[in-house]
Ligand binder design. Structure first.
Ligand SMILES: [Zn+2]
Length: 164
């Protein structure tokens, strides 16, 4: 089991296997966080850190998306905040933390070991992998395909930065 920069134990699948949404939920629970799904009134996810002194757990709020890819991406993003940003978030560091959470989520959904195995670090390969593992993406331009492109770009950027 690897460790995140903050010292939180990473789940067994991170970097190795494509996770299911249940894998992400189970990991949140392992870390003591609650996962709450929106009822249609919530359009944005949110992360509320724990207040351990008061026995209040961290809460991950995930909007209820009709797209499975959007759903798992939202949960992975809030999980990224939980793993990387356990404590207080200052407004000054917010933009940086958003970037970090997005990167954590993209690396969770497109595992390092799979990229190495197939030596296929490209936008098209990543979009195809997201389509194969999370949601069969239509070939025409649509929100799911746009989201897959965004995740693929974030993932590719982190591959390039690792090499550099
Ligand atoms: Zn965020």
């Amino acid at each position: 089991m690897g460790r995140s920069p903050e010292g939180v134990a990473l789940p067994h699948w991170y970097g190795l296997h494509y996770p299911t949404i249940e894998d992400l939920e189970a990991y949140a629970w392992e870390l003591g966080a609650k996962v709450v799904y929106g009822n249609g009134n919530i359009s944005k996810g949110a992360y509320f850190p724990a207040f351990e002194d008061y026995g209040i757990p961290a809460v991950l709020v995930v909007p209820n998306h009709s797209s499975h890819l959007a759903q798992i991406w939202s949960l992975a993003h809030e999980l990224g905040h939980l793993v990387l940003h356990m404590g207080y978030t200052s407004p000054w560091t917010r933009a940086k933390q958003e970037t970090q959470a997005e990167r954590w989520a993209a690396c969770a959904l497109i595992p390092e070991a799979r990229i190495r195995k197939y030596e296929n670090a490209s936008l098209d390969a990543f979009i195809a992998a997201l389509s194969a593992h999370f949601e069969d993406l239509p070939l025409h331009d649509c929100p799911q395909r746009k989201l897959a492109g965004k995740i693929a770009r974030i993932r590719l950027k982190s591959v390039i930065q690792e090499v550099a």
